[in-house]
Design a protein around this ligand. Sequence first.
Ligand code: SF4
Ligand code: FES
Length: 256
Amino acid sequence: MSDTTAPAMRRLCFEIFRFNPEDPNSKPHTQVFELDETPYMSLYMALSQIRETQDPGLQFDFACRSAICGSCAMMVNGRPALACRTLTADLPETVRLYPLPVFKLVGDLSVDTGIWFRQMAERTESWVHSQLPFDPQATEQRMEDDLAEAIYDADRCIECGSCVAACGMANINSEFLAAAGLNRVARFMLDPRDARSNADWFEVVSSEQGVFGCLGLMACEDVCPKELPLLEVYAYLRRHLLGAQLLRRAAGKTSS
Ligand code: SF4
Ligand code: FES
């Protein structure tokens, strides 16, 4: 007697973007692969199976296979998602896969997010700025739980690039810091060990390339696989930077 409770497995059709930018004979196109769905199949498992059984040259990235390293993000039916945590059962029979936009294409579904994140880290100087001399004997300073949690929350970003790929402004302006960059800024603004003032931060993120360039489309928070509160990050930065701007104006009036 057949098990009527088991979900029917489907024949899946994957339309996958193919292109090798290093090969002058390669032209961007899509290639169709078919595969029998298996129970609890993730997109990562499906791609691995296609690579093992149909095309060993298919390029895509992965490392942790558990939503930690951020390397397997790709466009899945038009929306950024992590391949390792997307179940085929949650997708229609036809799955269209493209590399993330904005980032440098390595080949097929593989992009180099490292270049973008490194430039962002350099522009925002993503390290604690302190004038205090290093003291190996110094005792640790206790931080309020709420503050430590807020910093920890911002640090949960896995640099997958999904929020950048989903961002309309990041897609048309390569200098825009996007949610991932502004989340990084907020992380250091929150940190009491960082001696940068609001005025210093103003120089970094107050332009159209920073927090005021956001179009408010809100796609970033929608697609973040770590569910980071990215809209709150924008609100937090705007509040602080507007305060800094008012202070600058007031100081300018006093000195004139
Ligand atoms: Fe990925 Fe979220 Fe970090 Fe953006 S903020 S890079 S979506 S983990
Ligand atoms: Fe690491 Fe998917 S393989 S996040």
